[in-house]
Design a protein around this ligand. Structure first.
Ligand code: SF4
Length: 302
Protein backbone atom coordinates (compact mmCIF):
# COMPACT_ATOMS: atom_id res chain seq x y z
CA UNK A 1 0.00 0.00 0.00
CA UNK A 2 1.21 3.51 -0.76
CA UNK A 3 0.44 6.52 1.36
CA UNK A 4 1.29 10.04 0.33
CA UNK A 5 3.17 11.54 3.28
CA UNK A 6 4.81 14.91 3.70
CA UNK A 7 8.61 14.53 3.63
CA UNK A 8 10.09 17.96 3.23
CA UNK A 9 9.93 20.13 0.15
CA UNK A 10 9.95 19.09 -3.48
CA UNK A 11 13.42 19.11 -5.09
CA UNK A 12 11.99 21.28 -7.93
CA UNK A 13 9.64 23.75 -6.16
CA UNK A 14 8.58 24.85 -2.68
CA UNK A 15 5.54 22.54 -2.48
CA UNK A 16 5.52 19.66 0.04
CA UNK A 17 6.98 16.45 -1.37
CA UNK A 18 4.72 13.38 -1.64
CA UNK A 19 7.39 10.95 -2.80
CA UNK A 20 11.02 10.29 -2.00
CA UNK A 21 12.90 8.31 -4.64
CA UNK A 22 15.48 6.52 -2.52
CA UNK A 23 18.01 5.61 -5.19
CA UNK A 24 18.18 9.12 -6.69
CA UNK A 25 17.56 11.12 -3.51
CA UNK A 26 14.87 13.08 -5.39
CA UNK A 27 11.81 14.45 -3.56
CA UNK A 28 8.76 15.37 -5.62
CA UNK A 29 5.46 17.13 -5.03
CA UNK A 30 2.31 15.81 -6.71
CA UNK A 31 2.82 17.82 -9.91
CA UNK A 32 6.51 17.01 -10.28
CA UNK A 33 5.98 13.35 -9.35
CA UNK A 34 3.39 12.91 -12.12
CA UNK A 35 5.60 14.85 -14.55
CA UNK A 36 8.61 12.68 -13.66
CA UNK A 37 6.70 9.46 -14.41
CA UNK A 38 5.35 10.83 -17.70
CA UNK A 39 8.88 11.93 -18.64
CA UNK A 40 10.38 8.52 -17.88
CA UNK A 41 7.71 6.75 -19.93
CA UNK A 42 8.19 9.25 -22.77
CA UNK A 43 11.95 8.62 -22.74
CA UNK A 44 11.37 4.87 -22.84
CA UNK A 45 8.81 4.75 -25.67
CA UNK A 46 10.85 7.14 -27.81
CA UNK A 47 13.29 4.24 -28.21
CA UNK A 48 10.77 2.23 -30.21
CA UNK A 49 7.78 4.35 -31.33
CA UNK A 50 7.59 6.28 -34.57
CA UNK A 51 5.44 9.34 -35.21
CA UNK A 52 2.76 7.28 -36.96
CA UNK A 53 3.05 4.01 -35.00
CA UNK A 54 -0.04 1.84 -34.53
CA UNK A 55 0.20 0.81 -30.91
CA UNK A 56 -1.75 -1.82 -29.00
CA UNK A 57 -2.08 -1.30 -25.25
CA UNK A 58 -2.66 -4.49 -23.26
CA UNK A 59 -5.31 -3.39 -20.77
CA UNK A 60 -6.55 -5.37 -17.77
CA UNK A 61 -8.30 -2.60 -15.83
CA UNK A 62 -5.72 -2.64 -13.02
CA UNK A 63 -3.49 0.26 -11.92
CA UNK A 64 -0.54 -0.61 -14.18
CA UNK A 65 -2.33 -0.93 -17.49
CA UNK A 66 -4.62 2.05 -16.86
CA UNK A 67 -1.64 4.19 -15.77
CA UNK A 68 0.05 3.14 -19.01
CA UNK A 69 -3.06 4.16 -20.99
CA UNK A 70 -3.20 7.46 -19.09
CA UNK A 71 0.41 8.42 -19.76
CA UNK A 72 0.28 7.18 -23.38
CA UNK A 73 -2.86 9.29 -23.88
CA UNK A 74 -0.85 12.38 -22.89
CA UNK A 75 1.93 11.35 -25.27
CA UNK A 76 -0.35 11.87 -28.27
CA UNK A 77 0.78 15.49 -28.26
CA UNK A 78 4.36 14.27 -28.95
CA UNK A 79 3.21 11.65 -31.47
CA UNK A 80 0.20 13.31 -33.15
CA UNK A 81 -0.18 10.61 -35.80
CA UNK A 82 0.14 7.71 -33.39
CA UNK A 83 -2.84 5.37 -33.22
CA UNK A 84 -3.66 3.76 -29.86
CA UNK A 85 -5.88 0.70 -29.46
CA UNK A 86 -6.75 -0.85 -26.11
CA UNK A 87 -6.52 -4.66 -26.21
CA UNK A 88 -8.64 -6.19 -23.47
CA UNK A 89 -8.78 -9.93 -22.76
CA UNK A 90 -11.63 -11.64 -20.94
CA UNK A 91 -10.14 -14.91 -19.66
CA UNK A 92 -13.39 -16.00 -18.04
CA UNK A 93 -12.64 -15.64 -14.33
CA UNK A 94 -15.88 -15.30 -12.43
CA UNK A 95 -16.33 -12.29 -10.18
CA UNK A 96 -13.02 -10.77 -11.29
CA UNK A 97 -12.77 -10.04 -14.97
CA UNK A 98 -16.18 -8.46 -15.60
CA UNK A 99 -15.73 -5.59 -13.09
CA UNK A 100 -12.11 -5.01 -14.19
CA UNK A 101 -13.20 -4.80 -17.84
CA UNK A 102 -15.83 -2.26 -16.81
CA UNK A 103 -13.09 -0.06 -15.28
CA UNK A 104 -11.02 -0.51 -18.44
CA UNK A 105 -13.90 0.51 -20.70
CA UNK A 106 -14.66 3.57 -18.59
CA UNK A 107 -11.09 4.87 -18.46
CA UNK A 108 -10.33 4.13 -22.12
CA UNK A 109 -13.56 5.93 -23.06
CA UNK A 110 -12.52 8.98 -21.01
CA UNK A 111 -9.11 8.94 -22.69
CA UNK A 112 -10.72 8.60 -26.10
CA UNK A 113 -8.84 5.38 -26.85
CA UNK A 114 -10.77 2.79 -28.84
CA UNK A 115 -10.63 -0.77 -27.58
CA UNK A 116 -11.37 -4.39 -28.50
CA UNK A 117 -12.28 -7.23 -26.18
CA UNK A 118 -11.21 -10.83 -26.86
CA UNK A 119 -13.08 -13.47 -24.92
CA UNK A 120 -11.48 -16.88 -24.19
CA UNK A 121 -14.94 -18.40 -24.46
CA UNK A 122 -15.47 -17.08 -27.98
CA UNK A 123 -11.89 -17.43 -29.21
CA UNK A 124 -10.80 -20.68 -27.53
CA UNK A 125 -14.18 -22.23 -26.61
CA UNK A 126 -13.18 -22.43 -22.95
CA UNK A 127 -12.38 -20.22 -19.96
CA UNK A 128 -9.72 -20.20 -17.23
CA UNK A 129 -12.40 -21.25 -14.71
CA UNK A 130 -13.34 -24.26 -16.86
CA UNK A 131 -9.71 -25.27 -17.42
CA UNK A 132 -9.03 -25.10 -13.68
CA UNK A 133 -12.18 -27.08 -12.95
CA UNK A 134 -11.40 -29.87 -15.42
CA UNK A 135 -7.72 -30.14 -14.44
CA UNK A 136 -8.42 -29.71 -10.69
CA UNK A 137 -5.35 -27.50 -10.57
CA UNK A 138 -5.82 -23.99 -9.22
CA UNK A 139 -2.04 -23.61 -9.15
CA UNK A 140 -2.07 -24.16 -12.94
CA UNK A 141 -4.47 -21.27 -13.52
CA UNK A 142 -1.76 -18.68 -14.22
CA UNK A 143 -0.04 -20.95 -16.75
CA UNK A 144 -3.27 -21.53 -18.72
CA UNK A 145 -4.18 -17.88 -18.40
CA UNK A 146 -0.78 -16.37 -19.21
CA UNK A 147 -0.04 -18.55 -22.23
CA UNK A 148 -3.47 -18.11 -23.81
CA UNK A 149 -3.62 -14.38 -23.01
CA UNK A 150 -0.36 -13.86 -24.91
CA UNK A 151 -1.87 -15.75 -27.85
CA UNK A 152 -5.07 -13.69 -27.60
CA UNK A 153 -3.09 -10.44 -27.63
CA UNK A 154 -1.19 -11.61 -30.70
CA UNK A 155 -4.43 -12.45 -32.49
CA UNK A 156 -6.00 -9.12 -31.58
CA UNK A 157 -2.88 -7.17 -32.54
CA UNK A 158 -2.83 -8.85 -35.96
CA UNK A 159 -6.52 -8.17 -36.40
CA UNK A 160 -6.15 -4.47 -35.56
CA UNK A 161 -2.96 -4.07 -37.60
CA UNK A 162 -0.89 -2.85 -34.67
CA UNK A 163 2.87 -3.22 -35.01
CA UNK A 164 3.77 -3.17 -31.34
CA UNK A 165 2.02 -4.06 -28.08
CA UNK A 166 2.84 -2.19 -24.89
CA UNK A 167 2.14 -3.88 -21.58
CA UNK A 168 1.94 -2.37 -18.11
CA UNK A 169 4.58 -4.57 -16.47
CA UNK A 170 6.52 -2.59 -13.86
CA UNK A 171 10.00 -3.24 -12.40
CA UNK A 172 8.56 -5.49 -9.68
CA UNK A 173 6.77 -7.65 -12.29
CA UNK A 174 9.92 -7.95 -14.39
CA UNK A 175 12.07 -8.88 -11.38
CA UNK A 176 9.48 -11.48 -10.32
CA UNK A 177 9.60 -13.03 -13.80
CA UNK A 178 13.42 -13.20 -13.75
CA UNK A 179 13.39 -14.91 -10.34
CA UNK A 180 10.56 -17.25 -11.34
CA UNK A 181 12.45 -18.37 -14.41
CA UNK A 182 15.57 -18.98 -12.32
CA UNK A 183 13.59 -20.93 -9.70
CA UNK A 184 11.94 -23.04 -12.41
CA UNK A 185 15.18 -23.51 -14.37
CA UNK A 186 13.71 -21.81 -17.46
CA UNK A 187 16.95 -20.49 -18.91
CA UNK A 188 15.42 -20.42 -22.40
CA UNK A 189 12.81 -17.90 -21.23
CA UNK A 190 15.57 -15.65 -19.95
CA UNK A 191 17.63 -15.87 -23.11
CA UNK A 192 15.22 -16.49 -26.00
CA UNK A 193 15.30 -14.25 -29.06
CA UNK A 194 12.83 -11.39 -29.01
CA UNK A 195 13.28 -10.38 -32.63
CA UNK A 196 12.02 -13.12 -34.94
CA UNK A 197 9.87 -13.02 -38.09
CA UNK A 198 6.21 -13.37 -37.15
CA UNK A 199 6.88 -12.56 -33.50
CA UNK A 200 4.91 -9.55 -32.36
CA UNK A 201 7.02 -6.82 -30.84
CA UNK A 202 6.19 -6.25 -27.18
CA UNK A 203 7.63 -3.59 -24.93
CA UNK A 204 7.19 -2.63 -21.28
CA UNK A 205 7.38 1.17 -20.92
CA UNK A 206 6.92 0.95 -17.11
CA UNK A 207 9.69 -1.60 -16.58
CA UNK A 208 11.96 0.92 -14.85
CA UNK A 209 9.29 2.10 -12.42
CA UNK A 210 8.60 0.42 -9.10
CA UNK A 211 5.11 -0.87 -8.36
CA UNK A 212 4.71 1.65 -5.54
CA UNK A 213 5.49 4.47 -7.97
CA UNK A 214 2.78 3.29 -10.36
CA UNK A 215 0.30 2.96 -7.51
CA UNK A 216 1.04 6.51 -6.39
CA UNK A 217 0.85 7.78 -9.99
CA UNK A 218 -2.59 6.16 -10.40
CA UNK A 219 -3.83 7.59 -7.10
CA UNK A 220 -2.50 11.11 -7.70
CA UNK A 221 -3.80 11.11 -11.29
CA UNK A 222 -7.28 10.11 -10.11
CA UNK A 223 -7.31 6.93 -12.23
CA UNK A 224 -10.29 4.73 -11.42
CA UNK A 225 -8.73 1.26 -11.51
CA UNK A 226 -9.82 -2.19 -10.34
CA UNK A 227 -7.78 -3.16 -7.31
CA UNK A 228 -9.15 -6.53 -6.21
CA UNK A 229 -6.73 -9.43 -6.75
CA UNK A 230 -7.54 -12.29 -9.10
CA UNK A 231 -8.92 -15.24 -7.05
CA UNK A 232 -6.13 -17.48 -8.41
CA UNK A 233 -3.27 -15.15 -7.40
CA UNK A 234 -2.77 -16.75 -4.01
CA UNK A 235 -2.16 -20.20 -5.52
CA UNK A 236 0.65 -19.01 -7.77
CA UNK A 237 4.38 -19.28 -7.19
CA UNK A 238 4.61 -15.70 -8.47
CA UNK A 239 2.73 -14.59 -5.39
CA UNK A 240 5.36 -16.13 -3.11
CA UNK A 241 8.12 -14.54 -5.19
CA UNK A 242 6.30 -11.18 -5.00
CA UNK A 243 6.14 -11.33 -1.19
CA UNK A 244 9.82 -12.31 -1.02
CA UNK A 245 10.83 -9.41 -3.28
CA UNK A 246 8.82 -6.86 -1.32
CA UNK A 247 10.60 -7.93 1.88
CA UNK A 248 13.97 -7.96 0.09
CA UNK A 249 13.48 -4.43 -1.25
CA UNK A 250 12.67 -3.12 2.25
CA UNK A 251 16.03 -4.29 3.60
CA UNK A 252 18.03 -3.88 0.39
CA UNK A 253 16.85 -0.88 -1.60
CA UNK A 254 17.65 -1.31 -5.29
CA UNK A 255 17.48 -5.13 -5.25
CA UNK A 256 14.50 -5.10 -7.63
CA UNK A 257 16.39 -3.00 -10.20
CA UNK A 258 19.47 -5.21 -9.88
CA UNK A 259 17.38 -8.27 -10.72
CA UNK A 260 15.69 -6.59 -13.71
CA UNK A 261 19.09 -5.48 -15.04
CA UNK A 262 20.43 -9.01 -14.66
CA UNK A 263 17.46 -10.27 -16.70
CA UNK A 264 18.23 -7.74 -19.46
CA UNK A 265 21.90 -8.71 -19.56
CA UNK A 266 20.95 -12.38 -19.91
CA UNK A 267 18.56 -11.51 -22.75
CA UNK A 268 21.29 -9.58 -24.55
CA UNK A 269 23.61 -12.55 -24.05
CA UNK A 270 26.17 -10.28 -22.43
CA UNK A 271 29.42 -12.00 -21.54
CA UNK A 272 31.98 -10.41 -19.24
CA UNK A 273 35.55 -10.52 -20.51
CA UNK A 274 38.31 -11.91 -18.32
CA UNK A 275 41.62 -10.06 -17.93
CA UNK A 276 44.65 -10.02 -15.63
CA UNK A 277 44.69 -7.87 -12.48
CA UNK A 278 47.16 -5.02 -12.97
CA UNK A 279 48.43 -5.47 -9.41
CA UNK A 280 48.73 -9.22 -8.86
CA UNK A 281 48.19 -10.71 -12.33
CA UNK A 282 45.36 -13.01 -11.16
CA UNK A 283 42.53 -13.65 -13.69
CA UNK A 284 39.69 -11.20 -13.00
CA UNK A 285 36.86 -9.28 -14.67
CA UNK A 286 38.18 -5.96 -13.34
CA UNK A 287 41.29 -3.84 -13.93
CA UNK A 288 42.28 -4.30 -10.29
CA UNK A 289 40.88 -7.52 -8.79
CA UNK A 290 38.57 -7.38 -5.79
CA UNK A 291 41.13 -9.08 -3.50
CA UNK A 292 43.76 -6.40 -4.29
CA UNK A 293 41.15 -3.67 -3.85
CA UNK A 294 40.23 -4.93 -0.37
CA UNK A 295 43.88 -5.39 0.69
CA UNK A 296 44.70 -1.88 -0.58
CA UNK A 297 41.71 -0.42 1.28
CA UNK A 298 42.83 -1.94 4.60
CA UNK A 299 46.46 -0.88 4.05
CA UNK A 300 45.22 2.73 3.78
CA UNK A 301 43.44 2.41 7.14
CA UNK A 302 46.56 1.18 8.99
FE1 SF4 B 1 -4.56 -14.97 -14.90
FE2 SF4 B 1 -3.12 -15.82 -12.81
FE3 SF4 B 1 -3.25 -13.22 -13.38
FE4 SF4 B 1 -5.39 -14.50 -12.42
S1 SF4 B 1 -3.43 -14.17 -11.33
S2 SF4 B 1 -5.35 -13.02 -14.12
S3 SF4 B 1 -5.16 -16.50 -13.38
S4 SF4 B 1 -2.30 -14.82 -14.66
Amino acid sequence: MVTAVTMGDCSYCSKPAVYYRRHSGERTCKKHFIASIDKRVRGEVRKYLRRESRVGLAISGGKDSLSLAHTMGKLRSNFPKMKLVGLVVDEGIEGYRVPSIEKARKTLGMLNIEHRVFSFQEGFSTTVDEMVESSRGRNQACTFCGVLRRRALNMMAKDCGVEIVLTGHNADDVAQTVLLNIIQGNLKHLTQEIDFPGLLRREKPLKNLLEREITLYALLSGIDYYDMPCPYTRYSLRNEVRNFLVALEVGHSGATYSITRTGEKLKRGEKVKMMRCRTCGHPTTRTICKACEIIEEFKKRE
